[in-house]
Design a protein around this ligand. Structure first.
Ligand code: AHG
Ligand code: MN
Ligand code: MN
Length: 330
């Protein structure tokens, strides 16, 4: 039984829909599609190791040349199907799809929103029982309602996001999201099948003592990043790196810290994708009082040029990101 006074995600969405600047109910229905898909993916991730459909590789690669895991493809299908079934969405872009998918049925064309997502983040951790996640960004379309969604609907700057969130499938499953009025976190009770509000009005501490970076790439980082990491060590900050962006971000959001995925020798723009990894987390961190940038420019203001564009990503506690940005300025 739920403790008295605790709100469910469904109740919270309805109670707060008036604070959303567009038509009442639209975003609520869209978020409830995401909630449903998250539960389905949760139930499947929980079986990793037991059933053959969950672990291992698909034997294919996505357009970015990355090996697709079975769960990448499964989660992608679950989220796309859940969103396609709603009147609100006219198209979806995903890490696992070459281009965006326009829902071009008569119903689909009436949708006012597009969703961009990383259906399964941290794929390399699926087979080893480590936290993984889903990341999503929601925008109002810019093309005419009633027409088929176009590329311009997806290539909007992060500042135009109307909502963003993530699901973390960890020691418990949580859904954390913002519609631009702060950040709230909900924990899933699998016995009841319901998300409960467990982390209201989340705020990231302005200063933390954790730095999160794949230090194996240290030698190919630029001077400022190396200088910053050296400073973290001098101050004996804790190094914490899970290798699932969602999980690293979530920990730092709760405890305070900085996450870095800078340019490397292999990839001059880092690894993370602007539209469906960096921008949603940037919106959340800013709503929680933190910062996100590429060192020089606020992530949310970067003008996207391509769906799968990568950007260097620095995100976390305000003072820590400020300090690193200062090193770039000098
Ligand atoms: P995805 O599984 O969606 O492709 O994302 C993987 C990303 C991100 O989750 C993580 O932080 C990063 O890759 C880890 O990269 P390294 O293994 O290079 O550290
Ligand atoms: Mn990812
Ligand atoms: Mn992914």
């Amino acid at each position: 039984m739920r403790p008295p006074g605790i709100t469910t995600l469904g109740e919270f969405i309805v109670q707060n829909q008036h604070s959303f600047p567009y038509a009442t109910g639209e975003l609520s229905r869209l978020l409830s599609a995401i909630r449903l898909a998250a539960k389905v993916v949760y139930s499947q991730t929980n079986k990793a190791g037991l059933v053959d459909q969950v672990m291992g590789s698909m034997g294919a690669t996505n357009i970015q040349g990355e090996e697709q895991k079975k769960l990448d493809v499964y989660a992608n299908d679950v989220f796309i199907n859940a969103l396609r079934a709603r009147l609100e969405v006219c198209g979806v872009a995903s890490e696992e799809e070459d281009s965006f998918i326009a829902f071009d049925s008569e119903m689909g064309k009436q949708g006012k929103y597009v969703v961009l997502m990383d259906p399964l983040d941290g794929s390399s951790n699926i087979d080893v029982n480590v936290s993984i996640g889903t990341i999503f960004a929601i925008y109002r379309r810019v093309s005419r309602v009633g027409s088929v969604a176009r590329m311009e609907d997806f290539l909007q700057a992060g500042t135009a996001q109307v909502a963003a969130g993530y699901v973390i499938y960890g020691s418990s499953t949580m859904l954390v999201y913002t519609t631009g009025n702060g950040v709230n976190g909900f924990t899933f009770d699998p016995a009841v099948g319901v998300f409960y509000l467990s982390h209201p009005s989340m705020q990231i501490p302005a200063q933390g003592h954790i730095y999160s970076v794949n230090e194996g790439n240290y030698n190919s980082f630029d001077r400022q990043i190396r200088q910053y990491i050296d400073q973290c060590k001098e101050r004996t900050y804790s190094a914490r790196y899970i290798g699932s962006l969602v999980a690293d971000f979530h920990r730092n959001l709760l405890k305070g810290g900085i996450y870095l995925y800078p340019a490397t020798a292999k990839s001059s723009n880092g690894k993370l994708r602007l539209l469906y990894e960096c921008n949603p987390l940037a919106m959340i961190v800013e709503q929680a009082g933190g910062k996100a940038s590429n060192g020089l420019t606020r992530t949310l203001e970067i003008k996207p040029a391509a769906l799968h564009q990568r950007v260097p990503f620095i995100v976390g506690s305000q003072h820590m990101v400020d300090e690193l940005e200062q090193m770039y300025k000098e």
